[in-house]
Every structure is written in structure tokens, then in C-alpha cells.
Design a protein around this ligand. Structure first.
Ligand SMILES: [Zn+2]
Length: 320
């Protein structure tokens, strides 16, 4: 029996996709404006050491937003980024510390370093902050790894309130990268294809996924990855929804694909197993009551929402 669920609306954000900030991208070049926002007593700061968010303890919970004094108490910044204005108009910045978390937090019990996956899975920050925190992690990580011009090798400088790097030697401009990844369910009749990698937790199966290559459409990447990993040929591809995935800077592009064949030939380098799942089996996995204790990804991941849509609609997910 199928569980009744509301229809999925792909204008609704998933996990790291929920970011209600006014990004103010047209104001980033205005240094006086950005400096004034930073000096505003209402300004708040997301603070990361390396790629690890720092959270203030608040009773049983956590607070990710630091005021200027609390942020400064953690030490000097290596990088700052103007994220935009929150729904109340308060400026929000991300700060990357110039030292690792264990040094910044030495002797302190009021602040804790929690990796971003755990922040998301444990729901440690309000859902509306997760997108900002994920974006901050992706951007600060980009700065940490792109200190030198890829064109000439000179040390590059930060501009546009943290959203660009410029080379003083050759004038090249460098923009933060987003790496598109297709993630998809092949559909055959009323079954969907999932696989598992050896690194997955025991019993977990998920949608197949792979990086898009230059010169390739998302649709072709979906068909290529399914064929490479599972030997299944697909025809029609339908877009479902997308989700930023800041590990380190991917954009997951969720799709469904019409399978033209059912036989599976696993690429052992990529997958430990792959097989077809019925809607009943998917329902049991999402509900945590699969007879063989197989499990599906958590709601923070777009794979979970692909499965929910398939559970709700079956093969009709391939229709407009
Ligand atoms: Zn250069």
C-alpha cells in the first residue's frame, strides 16, 4: 500500500537549497556600502575554521550567528564574504578564520566546531540558514584553495566583497566554481534503479550520480552515467529539481530517466551493487521498515526527494 504524500513542488528548496537571503549581488562592488553593512550593529557572522562551521552553545542547542564581538573573540579572519541581507534586513557575513578550529577553540567551552554534514543531519541550525552556511563553506573553501592565479601563478587578490579573485600581474578575473552533478533514478515499468558504493553505510542504496563533463548536456550525462555504472540504456530524461551540495561545491541536478532495458551490468569500480526497486520497497525504505533493513538517504539529500516523487507517482514522474 502506498503512503499518501503531498505532491512535490520543485520551487520548494531541499536541504542546502533553502536560502531566503537577499544576496545583494549588485552591491558587492560598492566597498563603502559593504563596509557600512559590516559596521552595522545588527550585522551577524557565520564563522568557519577551514571548512568547519563554528557554533555557539545555547543551552541544549546551538546558535550559528555570531555578533561582531563574539566573532572577533575567535581570532583574526583570513577571509570575509558579504552574503546579503536576511529577511529582517540584517546584514549577514561569512568569516573564515586564519587558524584551525582546535587552535581557535583552545580553552573554550562556549563554542563548538561541527562539520557541515552533521549540522544538516542533526538540524542544528534553522532550515533557512542552511543554504547560507553551505554557500559560505563552498566560498571559503574556494578561497582557501585558489590563492594563486590559474593563468600566471601570481598571488591573486579578493574583490567584490569576497565573490571574485583578481590577478594583479595579468589582470585575469577568477570566479567561484560550481561543479554540476547529475543525480537520477532510471525508471523501468514501476521500478527504479538504485546502487550502493562500498563507502555507504550498511544497507543504504541511493540514486546513481556523476559529474557533468564539458560539452555535455545534463540529459546526456544522465544517460551516460546510468549506462557506465549499471549498463542500462535510457531514452527520455526529465528534470526534477536541483540542490546545492557544498562538498565541496557541487550543484546536484535531479532527474528521472526512462530505461529502455532492464538488465544490469555493474561497474565494479563505481558500485558494489545496483538493482531495481519496486514502489513498495521504496516506501518501506523511506519509512525505515524494509524487511532486509535497506535504507534510503535522508531528507537533506535530493535523492530522498527523487524517491518520494517516484513513490507518489510511479512511472508518471517521466511525464510533464
Ligand atoms: Zn595572473
Amino acid at each position: 500500500m502506498m503512503t499518501a504524500m503531498p505532491p512535490f513542488d520543485n520551487s520548494a528548496a531541499i536541504g542546502f537549497g533553502l536560502n531566503p537571503l537577499d544576496r545583494q549581488s549588485d552591491r558587492r562592488e560598492d566597498e563603502a556600502y559593504v563596509a557600512a553593512r559590516r559596521a552595522d550593529p545588527a550585522a551577524r557572522f557565520l564563522v568557519l575554521a577551514g571548512d568547519v562551521p563554528l557554533l555557539q552553545r545555547r543551552g541544549e542547542g546551538f546558535e550559528a550567528l555570531f555578533d561582531a564581538a563574539a566573532a572577533a573573540s575567535l581570532g583574526a579572519e583570513r577571509q570575509s564574504l558579504f552574503l546579503g541581507l536576511d529577511e529582517g534586513g540584517a546584514p549577514l557575513f561569512a568569516l573564515g578564520l586564519d587558524r584551525p578550529a582546535d587552535e581557535a577553540l583552545a580553552g573554550r567551552s562556549d563554542v563548538e566546531a561541527v562539520d557541515l554534514r552533521s549540522v544538516a543531519l542533526r538540524g542544528l541550525v534553522p532550515a533557512g540558514l542552511l543554504g547560507g552556511l553551505g554557500g559560505a563553506k563552498a566560498m571559503l573553501d574556494w578561497h582557501n584553495r585558489h590563492g594563486f592565479c590559474a593563468n600566471c601563478g601570481a598571488r591573486s587578490l579578493v574583490s567584490a566583497a569576497g565573490w571574485r579573485r583578481e590577478c594583479p600581474a595579468c589582470s585575469a578575473q577568477h570566479f567561484p566554481r560550481v561543479d554540476p552533478v547529475v543525480i537520477m533514478l532510471a525508471i523501468e515499468g514501476e521500478r527504479c534503479l538504485m546502487g550502493r558504493q562500498t563507502r555507504f553505510p550498511p544497507g543504504m542504496y541511493s540514486a546513481l550520480a556523476g559529474f557533468l563533463e564539458p560539452g555535455e548536456t545534463a540529459e546526456d550525462a544522465v544517460r551516460r552515467e546510468i549506462h557506465e555504472e549499471a549498463g542500462v540504456r535510457c531514452t527520455k530524461v526529465r528534470y526534477f529539481a536541483s540542490q546545492p551540495w557544498p562538498f565541496p561545491s557541487s550543484l546536484m541536478i535531479g532527474c528521472f530517466a526512462q530505461a529502455a532495458s532492464a538488465e544490469i551490468v555493474i561497474d565494479q569500480k563505481e558500485l558494489e551493487d545496483a538493482r531495481w526497486f519496486s514502489r513498495d520497497e521504496v516506501a518501506a525504505m523511506l519509512a525505515g521498515r524494509h524487511p532486509s533493513a535497506l535504507v534510503a538517504p535522508q531528507p537533506v539529500a535530493i535523492a530522498h526527494h527523487l524517491l518520494k516523487a517516484f513513490l507518489e507517482k510511479g512511472a508518471a514522474v517521466l511525464e510533464p
